[in-house]
Design a protein around this ligand. Sequence first.
Ligand SMILES: [Zn+2]
Length: 428
Amino acid sequence: MCLTCSRTSSLVNGSPTREFDLRSGLRQGDLLSLFLFLIIMEGFNLDIKKAVELNIIKGASVGGDNINISHLLYADDAVIVSEWNQEEMVNIIRIFNIFFLASGLKINISKSNVYGINVSDEEMAGMVSHSGCCSGSFPFTYLGIPLGSNMNLIANWKPLIDKFKKRLSFWQARMLSYGGRLTLIKSVLGSIDKFVDGNWKWIWNRDCIGGRNEEYLANLVNLLPNIQFTDEHDGYSWAIDNSNEYSVFSTRNFIDNQILITDNIKTRWVKELPIKINIPLWRIARDRLPNRVNLHQRGIVLQRNDCPVCNSEAETLNHLFFFCELAQDLWRKIRLWCDSNIPNFSNWNDWISWYDNWVGLNTSKCRAYCIVAAYFWIMWRFRNGVVFQDEVLNKGDLFDLIRSTSYFCYFNRSRYKINYNNWLLKPL
Ligand SMILES: [Zn+2]
């Protein structure tokens, strides 16, 4: 990689140039040096393994399976484990020297520590003077975890806790958004369990400062006693559905039950009418048309809420369709045309209960419904034309439009036929 390894020449206009050397090198901080380091340390790893094989050093047996551990390497951090005798120490130092001669990487013995387990102070002093290492004592920190102490004691976890506290404050968690804090906590906690496996318990490390937080904490504390820990794997369960499995259907039902208004108004879908008329009627029956008063109640700010047709009263559903001057005029004309016994209505329910109780031929009832439906639709279109200034119908044409629209709906969609002249003379 960082070698002068070959010579080459290139072709210029078809003729080769003089040969030149190919060179490549590494400088400090070069990203490639990390890989090079790993490759070289692999040599060190093999050296130690060979030494164990040849019984030059012995390592230590751990666990029920007697796994032999002779060394731990992590980046530039190395731990060599062996029996406590001077001969082995000499062998270890020899391996370091051979490695230095082969790779050029020198281990600074005077900066290395020697740790003895169940070793007296005198023996330790002898080993230190013999090897030239420093004397280390337990517990010491390896990869951020304290080694060699009783981890059942809270005090021994303190360095670890401090370490993560420091990381949290380094990130200046206060400055982060809630989403950012959550990510930070997950990443810090997530990196702890890479090193540590054990039993956890809750520790509140910040006092709860009144208000909503107190309420949240109280709710949480209420929930915690009901939590049962088991040996099973963690998983998700969908509490909304009895099967405990997620389905779009159960979600849809749940949301509908939360937000949809339940009413007992029967939906009337009249097949003699097209969808464009059935839908406005369905909305009128529930007072859901976007007239000015309704829009205002939904929080939409309008400059005015008066009736766009007469400009004298607030535009409620009942005003527009039953009390407005124009509405009254159209109802009167319809009554004269159809049957003068049709009463005055003051709202949708008035009309529909009269209609339901009216004893008449099916054809007559169907025609009556078509005529009134056409009235509502034409009236709404006229009103929209005035508001949006697009398709302004002529006031004088409205009654004729009601007569023709209802006729075409009935004629085209019903099985009973009637000609237009008869329709105009006697619709019911
Ligand atoms: Zn009006």
